[in-house]
Write a protein of this length. Structure first.
Length: 401
């Protein structure tokens, strides 16, 4: 696996690494129908898979969407990191070109690229590498990637998923059942945390407004009594700056909420991988069930079939059909079909077990990334409040003097 690197303490040149930054968002073609924002991606690496040690390309959000589609379609046994949601409230309000929205999206895209670069399979994908260094990304997709994507019909994928949606596993492996429950509980915990922080943010927005109102009232009081002008002005300034500190706090907590939502989306990607694992197992079970039916039919034919009246048998008698010869042909046909099904079971079982192993590896990788990102989020949450309360304390100590 490639290692992420610390810019202050880079690894030895012999240690494989890849580091990506999404930065410098820039508004393009403003005023036109194709107005969009491009993001600069800087990649530094010593991987022999790249043609250069440092690459710089600009990509718009739709390019990230295409990369996401490519990685998801061609790496179904991987937890492909999720992209930040495209359809947000800012789009409805027409604020997708606001500095706040653009910077928040750049931060989330940076996390997306970092996750892909950290992934032991995705970082080796020639399509991911082309995304990071090929200046003609659109042509690359059109001529080299789109034909591959077109070979798999989305309708077929939907039909398979729909059929499997109405069937249940005959035997759920304990380890994957535990993993599924763990992911579900984690997502529930993240959802509850998000709800609680959002409630706090709403209260802090109210406090921001209230501090501004109190500041205004103190300012008016000073204009009515000149003897109170100096002390009141100090309190007025402290109240006003306290409101501003709440505004900064809310902005930082909003970014933290983006991180929490992104981790939850990442967990959803693992949950979807577990569903695909179930589909592989259902494929094997369906073949095994069909094999059992063929075996019963073969045994039935070998034993001479059922006795008693049969319309088809009577009709064949009238036609002078040799029943023994017909039975032998049918037996040969069933045996041939049974051999083909058993071969398919062997192949499906190999695929299924390989998929199981990939799921185990992906689960470990997800746990490592999740733990790292959540620890960073917790530390950031603490640092945000330490900075906030330190500034508030300094403001009021100064006002008291």
């Amino acid at each position: 696996m490639l290692n992420s690197i610390d810019s202050e303490n880079p690894p030895p040149s012999s240690t494989p690494f890849i580091e990506c930054f999404v930065t410098e968002p820039r508004k393009e073609l403003q005023g036109s129908r194709d107005a969009h924002v491009s993001y600069l991606i800087i990649t530094k690496t010593n991987s022999p898979l790249f043609t250069r040690s440092e690459c710089k390309v600009r990509r718009r959000f739709s390019d990230f969407v295409k990369l996401q589609e490519i990685l998801s379609r061609l790496n179904e046994d991987c937890v492909v990191p999720p992209l930040p949601a495209k359809h947000k409230l800012e789009y409805i309000k027409g604020n997708r070109f606001s500095e706040n929205f653009i910077n928040r999206r750049a931060s989330l895209l940076n996390r997306y690229i970092t996750r892909c670069a950290f992934h032991p399979v995705l970082h080796r994908s020639p399509h991911f590498i082309a995304f990071l260094e090929n200046p003609n990304w659109n042509n690359y997709v059109r001529y080299f990637i789109q034909p591959k994507l077109n070979t798999t019909s989305k309708l077929d994928e939907f039909s398979d998923s729909l059929l499997n949606a109405f069937s249940k596993l005959k035997e759920e492996p304990t380890e994957f059942d535990i993993q599924r429950d763990h992911v579900q509980q984690f997502m529930l915990g993240i959802s509850n945390l998000e709800t609680s922080i959002q409630r706090i943010v709403r209260l802090e927005k109210t406090l921001e407004t209230d501090y501004e109102d109190v500041s205004t009232q103190f300012d008016r009081l000073a204009s009515l009594d000149r003897t109170l002008e100096i002390p009141v002005e100090s309190v007025h300034q402290a109240l006003q700056k306290t409101g501003e500190e709440y505004s900064f706090l809310i902005e930082k907590l909003t970014l933290l909420l983006d991180t929490i939502k992104d981790v939850q989306s990442y967990a959803q990607s693992l949950k979807e991988l577990l569903k695909r694992r179930d589909q592989k197992q259902q494929d094997v079970e369906a073949l095994q069930e069909y094999s059992s039916k063929l075996s019963l039919e073969r045994d039935k034919i070998s034993s001479g079939g059922s006795s008693g009246f049969s319309f088809s048998k009577t009709f064949d008698d009238l036609r002078g059909v040799d029943h023994n010869d017909s039975r032998l042909k049918r037996l040969e046909q069933v045996q041939s079909e049974l051999q083909a099904v058993e071969q398919a079971i062997q192949e499906a079982s190999i695929i299924h077990e390989a998929f199981n192993q990939r799921v185990r590896e992906e689960s470990k990788l997800f746990d490592n990334v999740r733990q790292s990102e959540m620890l960073n989020a917790i530390n950031e949450y603490a640092n945000i409040h330490v900075e906030f309360f330190t500034n508030i304390r300094e403001l009021w100590l100064h006002a008291k003097q």
